[in-house]
Design a protein around this ligand. Sequence first.
Ligand SMILES: Cc1cc2nc3c(=O)[nH]c(=O)nc-3n(C[C@H](O)[C@H](O)[C@H](O)COP(=O)(O)OP(=O)(O)OC[C@H]3O[C@@H](n4cnc5c(N)ncnc54)[C@H](O)[C@@H]3O)c2cc1C
Length: 388
Amino acid sequence: MASIELSLTEEQRALRAGVLEICKRYPAEYWRDLDTRREYPEKFVTELTQAGYLAVLIPQEYGGAGLGIREAGLILETINYSGGNAAACHAQMYIMGTVLRHGSEEQKRRYLPKIATGELRLQAFGVTEPNSGSDTTKLQTTAVRKGDRYVVNGQKIFISRVLQSDLMLLLARTTPVDQVKRKTDGLSVFLFDIRKLKGLEVRPLRMMMNHSTNALFFDNMEIPAESLVGVEGRGFSYILDGMNAERILVASDSLGDTRWFIEKAVAYSNHRVIFGRPIGANQGVQFAIAKAHVALEAARLMRDKAAALFEAGEPCGGEANMAKYLGAEAAWEAGNACIDCHGGYGYAEEYDVERKFRECRLYKTAPINNNLILAYVGEHVLGMPRSY
Ligand SMILES: Cc1cc2nc3c(=O)[nH]c(=O)nc-3n(C[C@H](O)[C@H](O)[C@H](O)COP(=O)(O)OP(=O)(O)OC[C@H]3O[C@@H](n4cnc5c(N)ncnc54)[C@H](O)[C@@H]3O)c2cc1C
């Protein structure tokens, strides 16, 4: 039976303290400077990897710590709470789940121990395409088997961390949609080395925040046939299997952001004196921050519930989706309260509020937009008609 632990165990506290210790070495100036230059936090990610934190979900037999989703979430939450941005490295935690669940023993032995040590990075996950967007089964990238290779053609958009990753997990169509029974059939997942790969063009995109995101073009890109993960044609279900973990982890990013905003807002509005008293004494300022705190507590409980169900191997689709939704909305609410109470200073780069504000906004849109989360809840939790 799953149950929610309301407090952290001693091990979890130690884990959080260890992550915070690293984060302290990467203060606001570090993230601010990288943000201005749109550069990847290479040093931070390397240190985090070497300390083993990005491998906590990898089982011990493959060189990881073999911990659970709650610990993984705690790590990401701590990074964002400290003022950093876990988006630079969170994907590895949920991408490698696909390999773990559906990869062959050979693939696990080849990749997981090296991912655990940091010798290989798996940070790139290629799903979204310009012509299909959220409608994943309509993706147009094809992978055609030719002897001992697959030949990949097509394009992807908004694929993050490709230039900072050694490996990529890719979703492509292996059987044309008019030759399958269900549109979810005929899609396959591939795991391959992207270093010096011919036929792959990476075009970096400058985004609203520092996110190392790219457009990808595949022009007869050849990958070894053994890149296929699991059974050809079943890739869509493999990706779906990883969604709950992804939602819980992304919710954790948002919880960290929310706490950062709230603490910053409380400190500023207790200290800033206007009209002869701290601005926090005004209900218009105080209640917005208090509301964000209420949203944070609710989102945290839902994240913890989803994590507890996930760990117990029980269905958690509804809870994982709701956690992602509540987390993203709480961060957005807290971000607005924080920027509002800072007045003009909320827009000044040196206060970091505007940077975190831009960073937290992403989770209302990606990896899935909150409208589609509501569509999931309507259809799968409430039993209403499919809305799309
Ligand atoms: C910074 C960044 C990083 C990303 N990194 C990655 C990555 O590493 N890998 C990857 O594969 N993808 C990545 N993405 C893509 C992201 O997952 C998509 O942007 C997202 O899934 C939405 O797809 P879209 O942009 O094509 O929007 P669309 O599908 O075109 O939707 C646009 C908007 O329409 C609304 N909408 C669409 N359909 C419905 C519906 N049925 N009901 C109600 N509303 C609807 C939603 O509000 C949605 O936001 C990233 C995106 C960003 C911005």
